[in-house]
Design a protein around this ligand. Structure first.
Ligand code: SF4
Length: 464
């Protein structure tokens, strides 16, 4: 989701005459889109921003800004941490970033030309103060973390690519109305707000006209899309209505979505996998824990039985379905028994892959204050045990694909070896193969799987 938001901001700059540079030393503005899910991510962003202050030495006009979840939750407090910071923009204001940066930059460059020597204070823009300090560097402080109605509709533009782009993310909603005790998202992203179906379909049509063949619909709880704004029609939720509308887009080959929640994962969505063939045979379905006791402490309002029964129904609807998940290990109060429940569920579902996170305290979340915080040693041991089980499951599942023919959407040269091509199966498994990028990128190619090394498959095209 952050990647998609960053793309939107980048596009507003490029359509207004700025150029994106991969080299931060060349940049006139440096923005970091921040994540608050883990403390480590925040520390990394702060460290990186701190280190980049050195670019001011040679280029005093450079604008520095934080956007996203950490910006939203910490606001102006970030100026105390980073002296050279100019801008803090929250999650409902991505569409305003360009104006803030452009404004600061223009004033700074103009002032430099005029050699302004005295202090200058401008009118306030939210909380903006611009002045020239003794070093004759204009410092600017803009904070905008207000809520803004309709902000979910502003994440809709994509950067035109020089090379063909086979896949794209489409943001269909913002926010979350749940209150998981470990999560800061409801505070940083606000309430659930969905975009109209017609706007989303239009965005998908545009992407397809530029060569995109697969879209991934994004939302914090994607299957709850539109539940507070749009009606059910013939017993179908707004999300299923959206899937049907996107499915009708000619030229689109594949649809994915992430991430669904057991709450609101109803039979109409399960059923959709039987009559919408463009829906890929993969769901990323966060389990978090296999213990009902821990789920309750996490404030996840369902029992594990429900999670397992949805997985079973989904596999019935799509027998080749791959399921991947998120698990938090070492949540406060997690006993050995709770942990064993998680292990058991992992094996029972037979996840194709899992993203396993050691619980880490997030400021301003109820779980951070809970009794029974576990030692890092216990968390690490349990983490390693889950990783071992997952590795076994993945290796076995992928080895079973050797010799089969898989339809792979070629995404272009592999990131790790530009000489080879990379793509994904409907089950979202990465496949590496030989071929000409110009010929295959954006095409569905039949690949005979010849080898597997843990998480990656290798094969050769079989052309008709
Ligand atoms: S469902 Fe829970 S974990 Fe997911 S975004 Fe909402 S509060 Fe966070």
């Amino acid at each position: 989701m952050n990647e998609r938001d960053s793309e939107q901001v980048a596009q507003t700059f490029s359509e207004r005459g700025y150029t994106l540079t991969p080299d931060e030393q060349d940049a006139d503005a440096i923005l970091i889109n921040t994540c608050s899910v883990r403390d480590q991510a925040e520390q990394k962003a702060l460290g990186k921003m701190g280190m980049m202050g050195k670019y001011r030495e040679k280029r005093s006009h450079v604008v520095f800004g934080f956007m996203g979840c950490m910006a939203q939750s910490r606001g102006s407090e970030l100026f105390d941490r980073i002296a050279h910071l100019d801008l803090v923009v929250g999650t409902q204001k991505y569409h305003r970033v360009f104006d803030y940066v452009d404004g600061i930059l223009s004033r700074r460059l103009e002032a430099r030309m005029d050699e302004v020597g005295s202090e200058m204070v401008t009118a306030r823009v939210e909380d903006e103060v611009i002045k020239v300090n003794q070093d004759r560097v204009i410092s600017a402080r803009v904070v905008d973390t207000e809520e803004e109605e309709g902000s979910q509709n502003t994440i809709r533009d994509h950067i035109p690519r020089e090379q063909q782009q086979a896949t794209a993310f489409v943001s269909i909603m913002q926010g979350c109305n749940m209150r998981c005790s470990f999560c800061i998202v409801p505070d940083t992203r606000g309430k659930e707000r969905g975009r109209p179906i017609a706007d989303i379909v239009e965005e998908v049509k545009n992407l397809v006209s530029k060569g995109v063949r697969e879209v991934t619909l994004l939302g914090q709880i994607v299957n709850l899309y539109g539940r507070t704004e749009f009606e059910k029609v013939n017993g179908k939720s707004p999300f299923v209505q959206l899937l049907e509308a996107v499915h009708d887009v000619e030229g689109l080959e594949r649809i994915r979505f992430t991430s669904p929640h057991p709450i609101g994962y109803r039979d109409d969505l399960v059923e959709a996998f039987t009559y919408l063939p463009k829906l890929c045979s993969h769901i990323h379905f966060p389990m978090q824990s296999g213990s009902d006791r821990i789920l309750k402490l996490m404030r996840r309002p369902y029992k594990n039985e429900k999670f397992l029964s949805i997985c079973a129904k989904m596999k019935e609807a799509r027998p080749d379905l791959a399921i991947t998940t998120d698990i938090i290990v070492g949540f406060p109060g997690e006993t050995e028994e709770d942990f064993q429940e998680t292990l058991k569920c992992m094996k029972e579902v037979g996840f194709d892959n899992s993203f396993i996170f050691r619980y880490s305290k997030r400021k301003d979340t109820p779980a951070a204050e809970m009794d029974g915080q576990l030692s890092e040693k216990v968390k690490e041991e349990r983490n390693q045990a889950l990783l071992r089980v997952q590795e076994e499951l993945t290796t076995k599942k992928n080895a079973a694909l050797i010799g089969t023919l898989q339809q792979v959407l070629c995404e272009g040269p592999s990131k790790t070896n530009k000489e080879r091509l990379s793509g994904r199966t409907s089950q979202n498994k990465i496949v590496i193969f030989n071929g000409d990028a110009r010929e295959f990128t954006g095409r569905l190619v039949n690949i005979r799987i010849e080898d597997s090394t843990g998480y990656t498959l290798y094969g050769s095209p079989e052309l008709e």
